[in-house]
Design a protein around this ligand. Structure first.
Ligand code: ACO
Length: 327
């Protein structure tokens, strides 16, 4: 028997994608690539591109509104906003504060969190800790990105992989029994190793070049580390919760590359039918990709209340992490 514990329960999810679709065929007119190459190597068929003047903040606000509506929670009840992004509207203030203002919230705190593609798992972990520590009761956790703004559109090895989008969840502290039957976040683990910074980075920044810069990546190197790191942290997280991989109902991974997802699912023994894949529709949207996939699988009825959901991500830094929760 467990004792009474405070759990961070996910009460709602929402997402938002910009209207403009950029297909693989469209890309083949910009760089030397083909639909066949992109689909075979990544599984991506199309991505969304934010309109002129449409920013990470705008996408975040739209996703947050959808998540609040889904949770049936009023914006005025939000104590905490954590926005995971590597493409903020401005160097400062944090885009999260602009989301806070747009939603009419004047209480609590809002801040950005930067862990690239692992941002959503990091933000979920930080929000869970803050709620458990009593820093408020209700949190908005958002992943929002406009990677189209930091891509080198002449580099076919990177520009075909990423897209723009946002996703959000509403988390509320509630009482659990301290057992694996509880709803909410059961365990999470976050990791980083800065020795690999040069494998995936942006070659600009306010303090180094005074420019925004462009994304640079050694794809094959990232791929090599991804499956090993992700599998390790997932196993650790599952074990920390006192569960087994076969207990997982749904695997909702960061949507980077279909081959990475299949590789990690296989390593963990999760059948393909239990893996939520949405990257064909939006490519790699970095911190936004997990909540985008979660929203899809909740709204189409695959993920039901009480299901055990495992999330994982890896990104620049390297950073990586996993979170296990009961929906
Ligand atoms: N179209 C056509 N040809 C291309 C393209 C393209 N868009 N990009 C590269 N090529 C060519 C290369 O030039 C190379 O040609 P060569 O053999 O004549 O030199 C050939 O295709 C093979 O290139 P590789 O880089 O070896 O291809 P690979 O099979 O490794 O696939 C990819 C590349 C898709 C980037 C893969 O390495 C990958 O997915 N890596 C992980 C990267 C990732 O997902 N990063 C996201 C952030 S981290 C994360 O989220 C996990």
């Amino acid at each position: 028997m467990g004792s009474c514990v405070r759990r961070s329960i996910l009460e709602g999810v929402g997402s938002y994608l910009p209207a403009r679709i950029l297909s693989n065929a469209d890309l083949s007119r910009i760089v030397d690539t083909s639909d066949e190459w992109i689909v075979e190597r990544t599984g991506i068929r199309e991505r969304r591109i934010a309109a002129e003047g449409e920013t990470t903040g705008h996408l975040a606000i739209a996703a947050a509104r959808n998540a609040l509506a889904d949770a049936r929670i009023d914006a005025g009840e939000i104590d905490l906003i954590i926005l995971a992004t590597s493409t903020p509207d401005n160097t400062f203030p944090a885009t999260a504060t602009q989301v806070q203002a747009a939603l009419g919230i004047t209480r609590g705190a809002a801040f950005d969190l930067q862990a690239v593609c692992s941002g959503f798992v990091y933000a979920l972990t930080v929000a869970d800790s803050l709620l458990q520590g009593g820093q408020g009761t209700t949190a908005l956790v958002i992943g929002s990105e406009t990677f189209s703004r930091i891509l080198d559109w002449n580099d076919r090895t990177t520009c075909v992989l990423f897209g723009d989008g946002a996703g959000a969840v509403v988390m509320r502290a509630g009482e659990g029994k301290g057992t694996i039957a509880d709803r909410g976040i059961l365990a999470s683990r976050i990791r980083s190793d800065g020795r690999y910074a040069d494998k995936l980075y942006v070659d600009g920044g306010p303090s180094s070049t005074k420019t925004v810069g462009h994304l640079r990546m050694e794809g094959r190197e990232v791929f090599k580390h991804a499956v090993i790191n992700i599998a390790g942290v997932m196993e650790e997280t599952i074990l920390a919760a006192g569960l087994k991989p076969s207990d997982i109902d749904w695997f909702v991974p960061h949507q980077a590359n279909k081959r990475i997802l299949e590789g990690t699912a296989k390593r963990l023994g999760v059948p393909e039918s239990r893996v939520v894949i949405t990257l064909d529709k939006h490519g790699n949207t970095s911190a936004a990709s997990i909540p985008l996939a979660l929203d899809t699988a909740v709204k189409d009825g695959r993920i039901k209340r009480g299901d055990l959901v495992l999330m994982e991500a890896m990104g620049g830094g390297f950073t990586w992490g996993a979170a296990l929760l009961r929906w």
